[in-house]
Design a protein around this ligand. Sequence first.
Ligand code: FE
Ligand code: FE
Length: 340
Amino acid sequence: MDLIGFVKRPTAPDLFALAESAREADDSLGRWEQQLAMESSKATVNAPLNGLEEWEDFLKLRYPENGRGATPLATGFQATDPNKKQQQFRNYEADARPTVREFYRQNHRHQAYDFVRAKKQDFLALNRRKMSIWEAMEFLNTLVDDSDPDTDLSQLEHLLQTAEQIRRDGKPRWFIITGLIHDLGKILCLYGEPQWAVVGDTFPVGCAWSDKIVFHQFFSDNPDSQNAKFQSRLGVYSENCGLDNVHLSWGHDEYLYHVVKDHLPKEALYMIRYHSFYPAHREGEYDYLMNDEDRKMFDCVRAFNPYDLYTKNHEKPDVAKLRPFYEDLISEYFPEKLGW
Ligand code: FE
Ligand code: FE
């Protein structure tokens, strides 16, 4: 099992902090680049990120909190400005850490149509483990991921913080449980899956890649770039066929959706399945693959997104104190054991 990249690498945050001040100083730019290059070269083949949090930090950079409504679920929550200039997007790419850039390079190279089909065949048999939701939370928590400069939260604490914010806002119980479990699919990492096959903005495979997908240029290394059918607008799909008939790049969203799909309302399942589908829920792309139900349900996906991105803070939730409430909530929706 390859856990390199998830174990503590104490030099990285220091290095990035150093890089930032060096950058400000301007005169030390050469040294900054040199050190980042050294750090990059240490990255293992499958784990360029110092932790999964680095991908989420990059999302927050691209979709800053002040770009949304005043409250997380204000009616009329605005997706990113559809007229946002392409240039702005490219700037995020230019400013991305080398580790993040390398992560997207790998993701875009490998997430091809045949790869996604093969992963689904392998993982969606759900025959690896039998676990309760709480056991899965504890299992995910063994993923040590401490690269986040903003917080030092464990995976379990991120899930509880998300759920607690939804609870504080008086949302229905199915919404709270969705916040609690939405990232459990990240246990894929603990099966030894590479980072690029667990996280990352998701996108349809088997049809043309939207030019709003971040680091679009890296798709030139994807084998599907050589397939004329896959490069056409509709590819293997038909107009408005519905997202349920579309294969998205493989990762923690799709995996968890299949684990829980018989137990939660449709709204919750959309939130879980599409929460990383930023090209659609933030950029408004791929409408032509959606049916009317998808469009309606994407209001839920957009309502969930601020809780996922912006609820992290330093205040650690009291796990022991919260556990009875959440065990109760879990038993309301789920059987004792689920297949994972
Ligand atoms: Fe997620
Ligand atoms: Fe999350």
